[in-house]
Design a protein around this ligand. Structure first.
Ligand code: PRT
Length: 106
């Protein structure tokens, strides 16, 4: 799984400075972080809509759009995707219920 995401991350980093008329990555990057973040939100909503319609193919396609745009946003912040994967690895085996119960009270 990391290989696919690493390849995409490298492609995104290379394409950020490409000609915006020939590259979606360059075009969206040129529109700024707020626009990239907006696209992440839109793709997340479209993923939810597909899931609620029990549209399996749609959920796969929208999830790919969501992952792609999230990676674009992280690249814009110069956050390596490995940092996200490392955080997930760190959480491996830690129950979400137990983790939440161990949080300090507000
Ligand atoms: N994985 C993707 C990928 N997934 C989705 N998209 C594009 O993301 C866009 C999202 O579609 P929308 O209809 O939501 O977007 P839109 O209509 O352009 O947006 P709005 O103006 O309506 O906000 C479409 O243009 C899709 O083609 C992607 N574009 C590129 N990639 C990868 O990025 C690489 C570099 O792409 P370029 O930078 O275009 O060369 C490609 O080789 C792929 O590997």
């Amino acid at each position: 799984m990391r290989a696919t995401l690493h390849t995409l991350e490298q492609t995104i980093r290379q394409r950020r400075s490409a000609d915006p008329s020939a590259s979606y990555v360059a075009k969206l990057t040129a529109r700024g972080r707020a626009k990239i973040a907006q696209k992440v939100g839109e793709e997340a909503v479209e993923t939810v809509i597909a899931a609620m319609a029990d549209d399996r193919d749609g959920a796969i396609s929208e999830s790919a759009d969501l992952m792609f745009h999230l990676m674009l946003l992280l690249a814009d912040m110069d956050v390596p995707f490995d940092a996200v994967l490392d955080e997930l690895d760190r959480r491996e085996g830690v129950s979400g219920i137990a983790e939440k119960a161990a949080r300090p009270a507000d």
